[in-house]
Design a protein around this ligand. Sequence first.
Ligand code: ADP
Ligand code: MG
Length: 499
Amino acid sequence: MKIELRDIHKHFGSLRANDGVTLSVAPGTIHGLLGENGAGKSTLMKILNGFIAADSGEILLDGKPVTMTSPAQAVTRGVGMLYQDPLDFSALTVLDNFVLGSPGGLVPDRGRARRELRELLNRFDFTLDPDTHVSDLSIGERQQLEISRLLWLGARTLVLDEPTTAISAQQRDKLFATLRKLAQEGMSVIFVSHKLEEVEALCDEVTVLNRGRVTGQARQPYATDKLVQMMFGQNIPRLKRQPQPVQAGGPQVQLDRVTVSDWRLELQDLRLDILPGEVIGLAGLEGSGQLLLLQTCCGLRAPSAGRVRLAGVDMTGQSYHRLQKVGVAYMPAGRLEEGLIAGMTLTEHVALAEHKGSFFVNWSGAAGSTAKSVEHFHIKGRPASRIEELSGGNQQRTLLALLPPQLKLLLMEHPTRGLDIESVEYIWKLLLERTKQGTAIIFLSSDLEELLDRSDRILVFFGGQVAAPLDARRVNVEQLGELIGGKGFTEGGAHEPHN
Ligand SMILES: Nc1ncnc2c1ncn2[C@@H]1O[C@H](COP(=O)(O)OP(=O)(O)O)[C@@H](O)[C@H]1O
Ligand SMILES: [Mg+2]
């Protein structure tokens, strides 16, 4: 089945999740939809599948315009989708789940359904027992069940949204083999992912989304650096960070021949001096070692060799708690998972942040500070708003409002990911004020322009190796994209102190 999406628009408030997306998928192919988190992939696929409605745009199946009103209706038209967050019918058996929404109406013929399920399972070498409960299946097995069910319901196009997130490498190989087989039989497959290697390994063609827009299309064989540029580049002109006057005193942070590892990667012999007020951007594909460095600097991970110094004081091996006390703060990527607590109001967050050491929380004090923070940080919300009711931009402003006033070092993951432009500018304005007071910033981002525009120096990570620091004013998007993809990458151990 040929799928065409034409000029799809979808906004959530001021955020344009899909901003004029056009995409075409040929029958019998596996088409990758590639983009960083927040690029708009799930939104686009939910529109194709009738889960949400587009603001405007057209969907054509085999050349005919259609309206998709619900996933159940979409599958009768041949489009089936596996969601990123799988719906849960865990109380049911495999067979019950299989017949859900079956074309036979309310009382499906279970005997026939059982036979047909068996046939489908055999066809793909899936080893599911129709009588086990879905709750006993692994995520990979649930996917197998869902694929079987959608095919049985008549899907001729299968959309899989980030299907490899929670499955083993073995299950992934199995899934890829299944998808290849489906494509050979003439089905269309849309494989949604933020993982470059997986798209390269599996997909015949790829469309790249970035901030709600298509930034490029490519087919096998792929040029990795081009794909990286399409994923991360962005064409919104922004103010570049001006060179900052060198502040007095020695380095704020010193990594002295640090070696640190997790179960997967080892950063070796890292040497880096960061001056007060300096901004260091960390670049690289996800999982290339950037997090190790952040964790080492804030005491969440102890180096196996070398020293970490903060304003000249040796802090090697000190706990996160201890480092917080001396002026280190860490803003993780999952705002709601790690930084903010769902269900709690703005006021409660402020009370917790101010509640240092003493057993009793000062609620009346907190109410006053909250009103002040809401005003000063331009948070669009009331002190009594629950944190999850705020938009991403306002959640991020809240996190910033909660940071202690005097910081030596601020560590951030994706400080502006998924935020609207206005919030991005505002957040960087606040951060710039911090650097003027001497706070050093290390941030990780997958937005190349953000790295180039906001950093003084950039460290590129590739498979646990770190290149020598780059002067952010002397590299461009293309060069940075190539380095991130491993082209021209040479390990520099981050040796130079400053330039
Ligand atoms: N229901 C929603 N309400 C508000 N914002 C949303 C909603 N769904 C998605 N978004 C926002 O739209 C943008 C695109 O999200 P999404 O399509 O999930 O991206 P992706 O799947 O590429 O990670 C993100 O900034 C996300 O926060
Ligand atoms: Mg998604």
